[in-house]
Write a new protein. Structure first.
Length: 139
């Protein structure tokens, strides 16, 4: 991805771009080293963001042993949140864990996988990654 490339929030290109960014970080061990992310961790995550200008939008990411790709179909972990909350998370105004604990980030599915994901999204490497995604997002 070039530093000038921007993706429309929640578009297929955005989901693909996020998968590439996260996958690059995982392969570089920037996220996994600080979070205890297991090297062989595999799951799928569905994200649904509600209340956007184009209505509700969703996509799926597949995580397989350090690789992340865009996917389809049902996911092991399903996350949902309002568009305003998603923007606060991306800009670092709110952490994923706080949003989850306060109930604005709803989660269902395989609880063990959810806990690994929440742990991975806590800390400075995850905040840096979210800031990079935010910088590549056109809202």
């Amino acid at each position: 991805m070039g530093s000038e490339e921007k993706w429309d929030f929640l578009s297929p290109e955005w989901f693909n771009g996020v998968a590439e960014l996260v996958g690059n970080r995982l392969s570089a061990s920037e996220v996994s080293d600080s979070s205890g992310w297991p090297d062989d961790f595999s799951t799928s995550v569905s994200l649904t963001v509600s209340g956007g200008p184009d209505g509700d939008r969703s996509g799926v990411w597949v995580i397989e042993a350090g690789t992340v790709t865009s996917g389809q179909g049902p996911a092991d972990v399903e996350l949902s949140l309002p568009v305003s909350e998603s923007r606060q998370i991306m800009t670092g105004e709110r952490s994923v864990n706080v949003a989850f604990m306060q109930g604005t980030l709803k989660a269902s599915g395989v609880q063990a996988d959810l806990l690994v994901l929440l742990r991975a999204l806590h800390g400075e490497p995850a905040r840096t990654l979210l800031a990079e995604v935010d910088g590549s997002t056109r809202y």
